[in-house]
Each structure stands twice: as structure tokens, then as C-alpha cells.
Ligand binder design. Structure first.
Ligand SMILES: [Zn+2]
Ligand SMILES: [Zn+2]
Length: 141
């Protein structure tokens, strides 16, 4: 964890971006939380530990992490963008449109089929996102 943060700080310096102690704190909280966080979610977490850190700093830090490829943004269809760490293993998402919960899954067969589709179309895959929208078990009750 510290190693990753060191690496990010080095990249921040090298790309001429500000690397402050405040920013480091935000990054630490982001990686320790995990999951799929909106800016508001992360801000809430940060606020609990460091009441002095403002919303704008949290927002900018997430944007910088995304630019550097350490965070991925997800459009979950409810108008709020979620961020998750890009250091995780690849996975796809089931998104509940009632409660907003996001479930992760990894299905090797789906991955294989996607590669097959790409090959059939002479397409070189760089990345893919699969979101399945619906109603989760809890919300169906
Ligand atoms: Zn639900
Ligand atoms: Zn995820």
C-alpha cells in the first residue's frame, strides 16, 4: 500500500502535478476504502479522519488518480460517477437500479466470448466495461 502511494507521489512530481500531504491523505483513504465510491462517498470518509480537507481537494485528487490510471470511473446510470481503484483484478458489475448497490463478478466464459467476438471482427481489445443493470435479490423481496 505504501509502495503504491510512493509510486503515485513520484508520478505526480514527475508530471508536474502537485503532491501535497493533503493529497496523500486522500489517496490513502481512497485505497483503504476500496469499493465503488462517488466523490461524495470519498469526501465523507476523508472528512471523518481529516475534517480540514475540503471537497474540491477530494474531487481533484480523484481526477488526478484517474488521469494517471490508478482509478477508473464507472458510469452507473444514476448520474453520479463512481470511482474504483484500477489496481484490482479485472471484473464486471451488476448494478441495482433500486438501491444503487454494485455487485462484482468475474465470469471466465464471458471473457472468452468477448475475445471471440473481437477476433471475429478483427478487433484488438484494449479494454472493456460490462455493466448489467437490474434489480438485486434484496430489492426483489
Ligand atoms: Zn438493490
Ligand atoms: Zn468494481
Amino acid at each position: 500500500m505504501d509502495e503504491i502511494i510512493e509510486r503515485i507521489e513520484k508520478e505526480l512530481r514527475e508530471s508536474g502535478k502537485k503532491s501535497s500531504r493533503t493529497r496523500r491523505k486522500v489517496i490513502e483513504v481512497f485505497f483503504s476504502c476500496g469499493g465503488h465510491l462517488s466523490v461524495e462517498d470519498l469526501y465523507r470518509e476523508v472528512k471523518q479522519r481529516y475534517p480540514d480537507i475540503g471537497y474540491v481537494t477530494v474531487y481533484r485528487t480523484l481526477k488526478v488518480l484517474e488521469e494517471l490510471g490508478y482509478a477508473t470511473s464507472l458510469d452507473v446510470g444514476d448520474g453520479s460517477t463512481r470511482f474504483e481503484t484500477a489496481l484490482r483484478q479485472h471484473h464486471d458489475h451488476l448494478i441495482c437500479t433500486v438501491c444503487g448497490r454494485i455487485y462484482e463478478f468475474f465470469e471466465p466464459e464471458i471473457e472468452v466470448l468477448q475475445n471471440l467476438v473481437a477476433r471475429k471482427n478483427d478487433f484488438r481489445i484494449l479494454d472493456h466495461t460490462l455493466h448489467i443493470f437490474g434489480i438485486c435479490k434484496e430489492c426483489q423481496k
